[in-house]
Design a protein around this ligand. Structure first.
Ligand SMILES: Nc1ncnc2c1ncn2[C@@H]1O[C@H](COP(=O)(O)OP(=O)(O)O)[C@@H](O)[C@H]1O
Ligand SMILES: [Mg+2]
Length: 365
């Protein structure tokens, strides 16, 4: 059983505030992902759970117990590092079993656990090899195995897939998810890759400059971003952003940028009523469009296709809306080329509106 609680935790390195007043409850057996760009404080947060970094302020609890000064080896946690950190002169068996040996487990138990982990990770045929004789993906599995045999109540992973090629990353995601399911322990997983976070997490914590931006399920974070940073960090290609103004119209509140207008649905329009006259950023995700025949002002975007980016199963077309380039996703059955005039119907249920000044969503949060 391990619930982890951060209570007003701050971490300074000299004058750098790496983590700024973190309040977070990680539930027992949860798969929690810390997501954010490089330098936002993810590794520091993970290291504080592991006991590898001291806190500058606040407390960390494991269940009901404050663990601020508990040394790492007493905490029931295991960590997989980005670099794998394998012992180069030990073979796979010895690498996986080393932690147990140090903890004086008997030989039969070490043997049982190492073979069990190796089997689950499909590396049982590699136990005699040295790390230098393994591929990147195999080394990654050894690092996972070493953490698994400890049977920790908290499993910490710091960008464990970032050194793997794209195809392997995707298959390892599925395996890590499976691993969480079978181990039934708390996972805290760090990544800068939004797709990885959306696939793996029960809940995502989005961080920027040491500050939590939003905490929620993958759907909440993707569909109801509470600020511009969260909206633009998740999504590939990123959300299209148009800077304009909220104005009053006989259709209710509408967004206007030059000659481009977008009407909102009634419910959203009502929510935006108090903000008429504000400068805002309108967000339209590339996938929230459908092709249609005629241009309908206020309900569609229309224009000339700049470029078409085929992606195999789908394609992205770009067009310029009042000086801003925007990308939209279409099915591959649409045969467009640069120079074509098209109109796209916008799914207006799914528009985002951010205050230009505060960057906060005017719709959610
Ligand atoms: N040992 C350290 N000494 C000084 N500054 C550090 C140290 N470790 C991290 N930092 C700084 O703290 C901030 C957060 O770093 P880190 O937690 O490693 O971010 P992330 O893992 O999200 O990339 C960064 O500004 C980084 O430069
Ligand atoms: Mg890091």
């Amino acid at each position: 059983m391990a619930r982890i609680l951060f209570d007003n935790v701050t971490k300074y390195y000299a004058s750098v505030k790496a983590v700024d007043n973190l309040n977070l409850e990680i539930k027992d057996k949860e798969f929690l992902v810390l997501l954010g760009p490089s330098g936002c404080g993810k590794t520091t947060t993970l290291n504080m759970i592991a006991g590898l970094e001291e806190l500058s302020k606040g407390d960390i609890y494991f269940d009901q117990q404050i663990v601020n000064f508990m040394p790492p080896h007493i905490r029931d946690v295991a960590m997989v590092f980005q670099s794998y950190a394998l012992y180069p002169h030990k073979n796979v068996f010895e690498n996986i079993g080393f932690g147990l040996k140090m903890r004086k487990y008997d030989t039969a138990e070490i043997d049982r656990r190492v073979r069990d982990a190796a089997e689950r990770l499909h590396i049982e045929h590699l136990l005699d090899r040295l790390p230098s004789q393994l591929s990147g993906g195999q080394r990654q599995r050894v690092a996972l195995g070493r953490a698994m045999v400890r049977q920790p109540s908290v499993f910490l992973m710091d960008e464990p897939l970032s050194n793997l090629d794209a195809a392997l990353r995707i298959s390892m995601r599925a395996e890590i998810k499976q691993l969480h399911h079978s181990m039934q322990t708390t996972f805290v997983y760090v990544t800068h890759d939004q797709a990885e976070a959306l696939t793996l997490a029960d809940r995502i914590v989005v961080m920027k400059d040491g500050v939590v931006q939003q905490i929620g399920s993958p759907d909440e974070i993707y569909e109801r971003p509470e600020n511009l940073f969260v909206g633009s960090f998740l999504g590939n290609p990123p959300i299209n952003l148009l800077v304009g103004e909220l104005v009053s119209d006989n259709a209710g509140v509408i967004f206007q940028k030059g000659r481009f207008k977008m009407e909102f649905q009634e419910e959203i329009s009502t929510k935006l009523q108090p903000h008429i006259g504000k400068s805002v950023t309108l967000g339209i995700r590339p996938e929230d469009v459908n092709e249609q025949g005629a241009a309908v002002p206020g309900l569609s975007v229309s224009g000339t296709v700049n470029t078409v980016l085929p992606m195999g199963s789908e394609q992205y077309v770009s067009m310029t809306i009042e000086g801003t380039e925007a990308f939209f996703r279409l099915g591959k059955e649409h045969k467009h080329k640069g120079g074509d005039n098209i109109s796209l119907d916008i799914n207006r249920n799914r528009l985002h509106v951010f205050d230009q000044e505060t960057e906060r969503s005017l719709l959610w949060g």
